[in-house]
Design a protein around this ligand. Structure first.
Ligand code: GDP
Ligand code: IMO
Ligand code: MG
Length: 448
C-alpha cells in the first residue's frame, strides 16, 4: 500500500475508531492489568509501548492468577493480537521465560504476538549497573526494581553501544561490537564498585552473554516484526487498538516525581513514540487509580498513612509488589496529584479500583491540597525535598461497613461509597466510568 493510501485509510477509520489507551494515574500498580484484560475483549490488538520487566500486571481469571511483565495483558484474550512496541525495553531472557510460562499453562502465543524489531534489549550488565547505581553509594537511592530499565534507556540515548531486537535477529553481525562493549562495561562497572563475584557471574562476560543471546534467538525470531508497519496496516483495515501503559504517570520520566521515577513516558504522551502510531489516533484514555494511593520504592508520598490504617489497607488490599514482592506504602487518595496526572496522562475517564479494600473503615480521607512553608500549592513541586516537606490537607468522609465485593450496580453501593466516588469525580474533574470491587473480571461496576 502506498503511504498516501495508508494515510487516507488511517483518517477514514480514525473517524469511526475506538482506539483507546489505559494508563496508571499514580506510582504504578493501580490495576492496569485488570482493566486492560477487561477491555481487551472489545479490541483486536493490545499494544505495550513503554517500560520493560519492571512492570507487574496481574490478571485474575477465576482461581487462576497471571503476573505479566513484558507481555501485554491482552494475551489472555485469544482473539487479540499482542504487540510489544519499539518504546519497550525487552529483556530477551525474561521474555522467553514469560512466553514459555504461559505455554506451560496452555496459552500459545504463536501467530498472535509481535515484538518490534526496534525495541531495545536489556542486557545482563544493565541489571548489574541498575543494582550498583541504586545501592546508595552512587547518589540518590531510588529503590528501582533492579530490572535494568534505567541503564537500558540511558544506553539507548547513547546509541553506539545499544542493542535492539533487530541485532538479535542479525546476531552474527554483532559479535565484535558486543565484545568491545563488554570490555568497556567491565571497567565502568568495576569503577562503580562491582565485585569479582558479580563480574564473573555472566553479567559482563562476552562469551556468556553471546551464548545466552544465541539461545534466546531461535525462540524469539518468529515474533520479531516491523510492528510500526503492521500497526499502520491494522488501523487501515479497521482493527481496533488498545494501548497498555506500564508503570504510572507519577513515575513518568519528565512529569513524575523526579528522580524517584522510572525512565520512560508512562501516559498517553508515550503512545505515539513508544508504539509507533499517529499522535492523533487515540481519543479515549482510561486513567486507572485505586480508591487510595500506594507507592513502592523511595520518594515523597504526602498522603502516606504510617499508622494502623495504612497497615490495614496493605493487608486487606494485599499490597505487595507483583514484580519484587516488596510491601507497598499505602495512603489516602491524593486528588491534587490525580488532577495533575489526569492532565498530563491525557485521561478522559477514570477506572477506580479496590473500592472493596476501603470497606470497614470508619472514615476515608482524600488529600485535597498541599501547603509548603505556609503557601498553598496548585501542583507537585519540582524539588523532591520540597515535595517531601509538603503538608497535605485532608477532607475526611464517612466510611461504609458493608461487603461490596459482589455489588454489580452503582446504585447498590452504600450511600457513603457513592458519595466518596462523587466527591473524587468533582475534585479530579473526570468521570469515574468503572468501579472495581475485587480482582476478578466480573467484580466491576460499569457506569457508562
Ligand atoms: P498494575 O501493575 O497496575 O497492573 O497492578 P498490579 O497487578 O501490580 O496490582 C494490582 C493488584 O490489585 C493485583 O493483585 C490485582 O489482582 C488486584 N486488584 C485489581 N483490582 C482490584 C480490586 O478492585 N479489588 C481488589 N481487592 N484487588 C484488585
Ligand atoms: P506497574 O506497571 C510500581 C518504581 C520502582 C522505583 C521506580 C524506578 O506494575 O505499575 P525502575 O525499575 O523502573 O527503574 O524503578 O519506579 N516502579 C514501579 N512501581 N509498579 C510499577 O510498574 C513500577 N515500575 C517502576 O519501584 O520506585
Ligand atoms: Mg504492577
Amino acid at each position: 500500500m502506498s503511504s498516501a493510501a495508508s494515510q487516507s485509510n488511517t483518517t477514514i477509520s480514525n473517524n469511526e475508531s475506538r482506539h483507546s489507551c489505559v494508563v496508571g494515574m499514580g506510582w504504578g500498580d493501580e490495576g492496569k492489568g485488570k482493566i486492560v484484560d477487561l477491555l481487551a475483549r472489545e479490541f483486536d490488538v493490545v499494544v505495550r509501548f513503554n517500560g520493560g520487566a519492571n512492570a507487574g500486571h496481574t490478571v485474575r481469571i477465576g482461581d487462576e492468577s497471571f503476573a505479566l511483565h513484558l507481555l501485554p495483558s491482552g494475551v489472555l484474550r485469544e482473539k487479540a493480537v499482542s504487540v510489544i512496541g519499539p518504546g519497550v525495553v525487552v529483556d530477551p531472557v525474561a521474555l522467553v521465560e514469560e512466553i514459555e510460562g504461559l505455554q506451560s499453562r496452555g496459552i500459545d502465543l504463536t501467530g498472535r504476538l509481535l515484538v518490534s524489531d526496534r525495541a531495545h534489549l536489556v542486557m545482563p550488565y544493565h541489571k548489574l549497573e541498575d543494582r550498583l547505581r541504586d545501592s546508595g553509594t552512587q547518589g540518590q537511592k531510588i529503590g528501582t526494581t533492579a530490572k535494568g530499565i534505567g541503564p537500558c534507556y540511558a544506553e539507548k540515548m547513547l546509541r553506539s553501544s545499544a542493542f535492539r531486537m533487530i541485532d538479535l535477529v542479525h546476531l552474527d553481525r554483532q559479535a565484535e561490537r558486543l565484545k568491545a562493549v563488554c570490555e568497556r562495561k567491565r571497567s565502568t562497572l568495576m569503577a562503580m564498585g562491582a565485585d569479582d563475584a558479580s563480574l564473573n557471574d555472566g553479567a559482563i562476560e562476552f562469551e556468556a552473554i553471546l551464548s545466552t543471546l544465541k539461545s534466546t534467538q531461535p525462540k524469539l525470531l518468529k515474533f520479531v516484526a516491523d510492528t510500526t508497519a503492521w500497526l499502520d496496516d491494522a488501523v487501515s483495515s479497521g482493527r481496533q487498538l488498545l494501548f497498555e501503559s506500564a508503570n504510572g504517570m507519577l513515575l513518568d520520566i519528565d512529569h513524575g516525581t523526579f528522580p524517584y521515577v522510572t525512565a520512560s513516558h508512562t501516559g498517553l504522551n508515550g503512545v505515539s513514540a513508544g508504539a509507533g502510531v499517529s499522535p492523533h489516533l487515540v481519543r479515549r484514555c482510561v486513567g486507572v487509580s485505586k480508591a487510595y494511593a500506594t507507592r513502592v520504592g523511595n520518594g515523597p508520598f504526602p498522603s502516606e498513612l504510617q499508622d494502623e490504617r495504612g497497615d490495614r489497607i496493605r493487608e486487606v488490599g494485599r499490597e505487595y509488589g507483583t514484580t519484587t514482592g516488596r510491601p507497598r506504602r499505602c495512603g489516602w487518595l491524593d486528588a491534587v496529584s490525580l488532577r495533575q496526572t489526569k492532565l498530563l496522562g491525557g485521561v478522559t475517564e477514570i477506572a477506580m479500583m479496590h473500592m472493596d479494600t476501603l470497606s470497614g473503615m470508619d472514615e476515608v480521607g482524600i488529600c485535597t491540597g498541599y501547603r509548603l512553608r505556609g503557601e498553598s500549592l496548585r501542583s507537585i513541586p519540582a524539588d523532591s525535598e520540597d515535595y517531601a516537606a509538603v503538608e497535605p490537607e485532608f477532607e475526611m468522609l464517612p466510611g461504609w461497613r458493608a461487603d461490596i465485593s459482589r455489588v454489580t450496580q452503582f446504585e447498590a453501593l452504600p450511600a457513603e461509597a457513592q458519595n466518596y466516588i462523587g466527591r473524587v469525580e468533582a475534585l479530579v474533574g473526570a468521570p469515574i466510568s468503572m468501579v472495581s470491587v475485587g480482582p476478578e473480571r466480573n467484580q466491576t461496576i460499569h457506569r457508562i
